[in-house]
Structure formats: structure tokens, C-alpha cells
Design a protein around this ligand. Structure first.
Ligand code: HGY
Ligand code: MN
Ligand code: MN
Length: 418
């Protein structure tokens, strides 16, 4: 075993234990045909949180929470310094895979196992964080927990947001806090560094034949809700020229949005109209109201700003536009990236580099402390789908790189400085 603490701890990362814990987590909200539905602050999410809290306590960690129900699993250090932090999310899409977010959390837990078995106590404390509601599929916006941690004043903007059953964020948070009333509360606290390990969710690493990537940053994102208003009417009796068909209007608005980004290179365009509501949604009634969401991603802030202007120009009396998420592109910390690359080299793990197409909690943490990410490949580039899969060896390599990095960063006395 290497004498270097980071290499030593990486040597105790065990693939089978990581896979077993990922499989155990996947049982919370498992869908009969495969995949998981464990949406933010749902019963399945709370049950999974309880299981992870028990695991963390058995590892000798202290678990605390905050106003947005983020969970902080803390392994004490020799000195009361700002912690080195890892983590991700365990909430999923309505029909998601077992790895998105969950891999980063369980690999962080695996690093705690490895540290205990290596008998290493780091100078800095280490924390594994479960950020609340990263997906944003139940409650908008996504990455709510990490945003509220870095910007505590933003939570009040979200408390009245509702899910499709009319349940408010405030009620779901209250339920979670009741369930875990015994947990101590943490407010926003300084962090020495945050590293998130995540699946790539795209095809780049698999095409390059690489098991790992040091992520350079995250492209920007815009989410909008568009409501198109018409008048419901009889499908059989109403002449076409007497209709105010909200679906016809919605299709026109969507076409205008596509035209607004017609100059974006096709291989870089990421425009999605993912969620639709039609009222009254009856085969023989002209739609009275049609709502749909817009998700646009791009790495260049100027293009994102032009998109905002194009969307704003579509507003009218019968077209109501509500911004839901606006996040600029993020570049990760250069010194941390160098440290990550050095760990990959020391472990002889071939590592590529890329900018993330998906957003992650790291996009908010980058405003709070030096932040970086590792990616492992996604088979066929598929994610947000039960077919989401990464080969076990890459999952193991990613956890080893994370363990090495966290240990080195948490031992400032070994000459590692950020
Ligand atoms: O939407 C995203 O990029 C993330 O996967 N929630
Ligand atoms: Mn994710
Ligand atoms: Mn996701």
C-alpha cells in the first residue's frame, strides 16, 4: 500500500460494497419494470434518507440538516477547520435510473468506509452531503437544496411552489423536518472544497473509451413555464375560423422558440419541451389552455441572454411566460482540477476532460468554495431512464479517485494547499 494517505485510502475502496449499497438505495422507490421513482421529499426519499442516516451513524459520523433539508454527514477531523465536502442527490426523475446523483452520495459513503478501514483521521473534517431536490421534477427549480444552502435568502422564493398534486415545498419540508426532528440544524458554513462524483449522462466518455473525466465546468441552463390561453369549444361544431385553440397557439410559440435558436450548431443545441399540460385534455374539445416547459442549455452566456430576450418577446395577453431557473455557465477551480488530475495520474486512471451538459449541485457550490467534479461513463450516453448504467469497474475507479482527492485535500499538513 502507498504511504501517501490519499493512495492508502483509495486502496480500501471496495467495489462490491459500493455496488451493494447502490443496489440497497435503488430499492427505495424501485419501479416494477426497472428504474426508480424517488422524487424529492416523497415518502420514498424520506425512507432512503433514514437508511443513509443509519449507515452514517454506524460509521461514526454526525448527521445534521438545514432549512432546505440538505443532509450533512460529517466525519470529524483532528482540527476544527472548514470541511472538505463531497456529495450529490438521491432524488430521482419520475422514471429515473439508479445512478444519477445516487452514485456520488454512495461513493462518498464508500470513502468514509475506506478512511475508517485505513485508520486515517484527516486534519480537516470530511462531509458527505445529500442535497435536496436536485432534479426539480416534483418541485421547481432543480438544484433547490444546494441553491438554498449557498443563498439562504432564496428559499423563501420556493416555499409556495407546488407539485402536480398541489403540495407546497413548505409542507413537504415541514414533513421531512418532523420525520428527522432529532437532527441538529446547520446553517450555511464555510467549506474548504467541494468535489462531486457523478455519471456523465452523455456519450462522450464511452466514445473516447475513458473510465473517468475531470470536469472543467457546467454549461448554463434556462427553464421556463409557458401558458397559452384559448377557449374550449366543441370539436365537431366549431368552425376553424371561430376557434381560439390553445394547442394551435402553443405549437406556434414552440415553433418560434425553435426558430430563435436556429443558428445554434445542431450538435450543440439542447432545447427540450419536456412537460405539457392540456386543459380540458379531451379528444372532442378544443384546448382551452396549454402549458409547456422549456429547457435550454448552452455553454456561452451571451447565447443564453439572447435566448431570454427571444422568449420575452413572445409574451402576450394569451401567452404567459414564467422564468423557473436561470443559471450561468460555471468554470471549476483550476487548482482543484490540477489536484484531481494528479490523483488520477497517481492511481494510473486514464482521465479525460469535458464540460458537463447536465447541471449539478456543483454549479451552486462553485460560488461558495473551490469546486470540481469527476465523471464516469454512461452506457450509450443514456440517463434519466431506467436503462442508465455504468460498468462496475468505472464506478470503482471513480470512487478511488474521489477517495484519494478527498483525503489529500483534507490533510493540509501534507503540503496540499488549495
Ligand atoms: O437537468 C439536469 O441537468 C440534472 O440532471 N437534473
Ligand atoms: Mn444528477
Ligand atoms: Mn438528473
Amino acid at each position: 500500500m502507498s504511504s501517501e494517505p490519499g493512495m492508502l485510502v483509495a486502496g480500501y475502496v471496495r467495489q462490491e460494497r459500493l455496488l451493494d449499497n447502490l443496489a440497497a438505495l435503488a430499492r427505495f422507490g424501485a419501479l416494477p419494470a426497472g428504474g426508480v421513482n424517488r422524487q424529492a421529499l416523497s415518502a420514498e426519499d424520506l425512507a432512503a434518507r433514514e437508511w443513509i442516516i443509519d449507515l452514517a451513524v454506524a460509521l461514526g459520523c454526525e448527521v445534521t440538516t438545514d432549512q432546505c433539508a440538505n443532509l450533512f454527514i460529517r466525519r470529524a477531523g483532528l482540527r476544527d477547520l472548514p470541511p472538505v465536502v463531497t456529495g450529490s442527490h438521491i432524488d430521482t426523475q419520475p422514471c429515473g435510473g439508479n445512478l444519477d446523483g445516487c452514485y456520488g452520495v454512495m461513493a462518498g459513503i464508500e470513502c468514509l468506509f475506506a478512511l475508517n478501514e485505513a485508520g486515517i483521521v484527516t486534519q480537516r473534517p470530511l462531509e458527505v452531503v445529500i442535497w435536496t431536490n436536485e432534479e426539480g421534477s416534483r418541485f421547481s427549480p432543480g438544484a433547490m437544496g444546494s441553491c438554498a444552502f449557498v443563498n439562504p435568502e432564496r428559499l423563501t422564493d420556493y416555499l409556495d411552489n407546488q407539485d402536480q398534486d398541489g403540495i407546497k415545498v413548505s409542507a413537504a419540508l415541514a414533513e421531512c423536518h418532523r420525520r428527522f426532528a432529532a437532527l441538529g440544524r446547520r446553517a450555511r458554513h464555510p467549506m474548504a472544497a467541494f468535489i462531486e462524483l457523478h455519471i456523465e449522462q452523455g456519450p462522450v466518455l464511452e466514445q473516447a473509451g475513458l473510465p473517468l473525466a475531470v470536469v472543467q465546468g457546467i454549461q448554463g441552463v434556462r427553464w421556463y413555464q409557458i401558458r397559452c390561453l384559448g377557449r374550449s369549444a366543441h370539436a365537431g361544431t366549431t368552425p376553424m375560423d371561430r376557434r381560439e385553440d390553445a394547442m394551435t397557439l402553443a405549437r406556434r410559440v414552440a415553433d418560434r422558440i425553435e426558430q430563435a435558436v436556429a443558428d445554434v450548431p445542431a450538435d450543440q443545441l439542447r432545447l427540450t419541451f419536456g412537460c405539457w399540460q392540456v386543459a380540458p385534455n379531451a379528444i372532442n374539445t378544443v384546448a382551452g389552455e396549454v402549458g409547456f416547459t422549456v429547457d435550454f442549455r448552452y455553454p456561452d452566456a451571451a447565447v443564453l441572454d439572447r435566448f431570454d430576450a427571444a422568449i420575452a418577446s413572445l409574451a402576450a395577453g394569451n401567452v404567459i411566460i414564467t422564468p423557473m431557473l436561470s443559471q450561468p455557465p460555471v468554470a471549476f477551480d483550476a487548482q482543484l482540477l490540477a489536484r484531481q488530475r494528479a490523483c488520477c495520474a497517481a492511481l494510473a486512471i486514464p482521465a479525460g476532460q469535458l464540460v458537463s451538459g447536465a447541471f449539478h449541485d456543483a454549479m451552486h457550490l462553485a460560488a461558495h468554495c473551490p469546486t470540481g467534479m469527476f465523471f464516469v461513463p454512461s452506457r450509450d450516453g443514456v440517463s434519466h431512464n431506467p436503462a442508465e448504467y455504468t460498468d462496475p469497474h468505472s464506478l470503482w475507479l471513480g470512487a478511488r479517485a474521489l477517495a484519494c482527492c478527498l483525503t489529500e485535500l483534507a490533510n493540509p499538513l501534507t503540503g496540499v494547499t488549495l
